[in-house]
Design a protein around this ligand. Structure first.
Ligand SMILES: NC(=O)c1ccc[n+]([C@@H]2O[C@H](COP(=O)([O-])OP(=O)(O)OC[C@H]3O[C@@H](n4cnc5c(N)ncnc54)[C@H](O)[C@@H]3O)[C@@H](O)[C@H]2O)c1
Length: 334
């Protein structure tokens, strides 16, 4: 069975493609806006902007040419800040891209879809700070980016009712690390790459807020290793083959939070750099704690994380160091 992976040339997509190739065939559709062709190896890559006017026609042609049986829809614009500055463009890219993909799938008679959603769909949920978020929590996305993810989930649900789309969405929490050193996260948007960039340019990362109601006062998030996350995509494709599918949405996290301070301590241990991060004002809109309840994905998909925070940071560092020039010799950790 050939799986079409949108966004397969990106950080997460390239990991999913590499795992998929171990058990079958894949074709990648990507506009290469943030992805790079060398991340997909010899997997066929077709350059299409999913949000473009001619995307439906081109996607249908790809689905027919490669005999596509399922789609893993990972492609999206993902920068929260940029989405607040350019909301209409985010809706046209992420929601428009999803609309075109669904029209193409219906036209080409491809019924199976795994969709990359995000914990950003939860936003600032109305639950006590220390509660693990399960999939039934009422979503309250605060950024246009998070809203596009929630709308895409609704679109899938409507397509399922209208023409029998078989779909499941994975709500990723904080994805980190690298499965292979050549597939590190090229974007510097999350805590680990931000800290690695600061340290290797002779700077210090900043900690936004040290007075949250968490054990050490810094924000707590749920970090999941990219290889564990990629394996969840394969488990979801298997789930879509089942006759009975009780749920559409699954959190992907570890169920255990790590604070900013804990992550920085691990970065210090993994890199050997001196780390003395200044604590500054809180950023608006940062919840104290966002940690997944992962019981559903464990029970229904039989998926569980296998990797530790140390493995996430070690692998991120091994991918980061060679691609960002010769880092300065780390001063002795103190
Ligand atoms: N990285 C995270 O921590 C995280 C967390 C939650 C959810 N997600 C979601 O996971 C997905 C992948 O994220 P990533 O970190 O790999 O990002 P990425 O930017 O590395 O990958 C996105 C890929 O999609 C492609 N793309 C973007 N817009 C496109 C369009 N209109 N048409 C065709 N291709 C397009 C890009 O070129 C890129 O290859 C996104 O949907 C993102 O919202 C990521």
């Amino acid at each position: 069975m050939t799986v079409l992976v949108t966004g397969g040339a990106g950080y997460i997509g390239a990991h999913v493609v590499r795992l998929l190739r171990e058990r079958g065939t894949a074709v990648v559709v990507d506009d290469l806006s943030t992805g790079a062709p060398d991340r997909v190896g010899d997997t066929p890559l077709v350059q299409i902007d999913l949000a473009a006017d001619d995307a439906v026609e081109k996607l249908v042609a790809v689905m027919h040419e490669y005999g596509v049986a399922a789609v893993v829809h990972i492609a999206a614009k993902k920068q929260v800040g940029e989405s607040a500055e350019r909301p209409a463009w985010y809706y046209s890219q992420n929601v428009g891209g999803m609309a075109n993909l669904l029209m193409a799938m219906e036209a080409a008679d491809v019924a199976n879809l795994m969709f990359s959603s995000s914990a950003a769909a939860y936003g600032l949920p109305d639950v006590p700070a220390d509660v693990l978020l399960d999939e039934n929590v009422v979503c309250n996305p605060i950024s246009p980016y998070g809203k596009t993810k929630l709308i895409c989930e609704w679109m899938c649900r409507d397509a399922a009712a209208a023409w029998g789309l078989r779909w499941a969405g994975l709500r990723y929490f904080n994805v980190a690390g690298a499965g292979w050193p050549d597939l590190g996260d090229p974007a510097v948007l999350n805590l680990i790459p931000i800290a690695l960039r600061a340290l290797t340019s002779g700077d210090q990362p900043k900690v936004f807020g040290g007075d949250y109601p968490t054990p050490d006062g810094t924000c707590v998030r749920d970090y999941v290793h990219i290889l564990d996350l990629a394996r969840a995509h394969l488990a979801t494709l298997d789930y879509l083959q089942r006759d009975t599918r009780p749920y559409e949405l699954f959190n992907v996290g570890t169920g255990v939070g790590a604070s900013v301070t804990e992550v920085l301590d691990q970065i210090k241990a993994s890199t050997g750099y001196r780390l003395d991060a200044p604590v500054i004002e809180r950023r608006p809109g940062d919840p104290a704690m966002l940690v997944a309840d992962v019981q559903r994905i464990r029970d229904v998909l039989g998926w569980a994380t296998t990797k530790t925070l140390a493995e996430m940071v070690d692998s991120a560092w091994q991918a980061w160091a060679p691609t960002h020039g010769e880092p300065p010799v780390p001063p002795a950790a103190g």
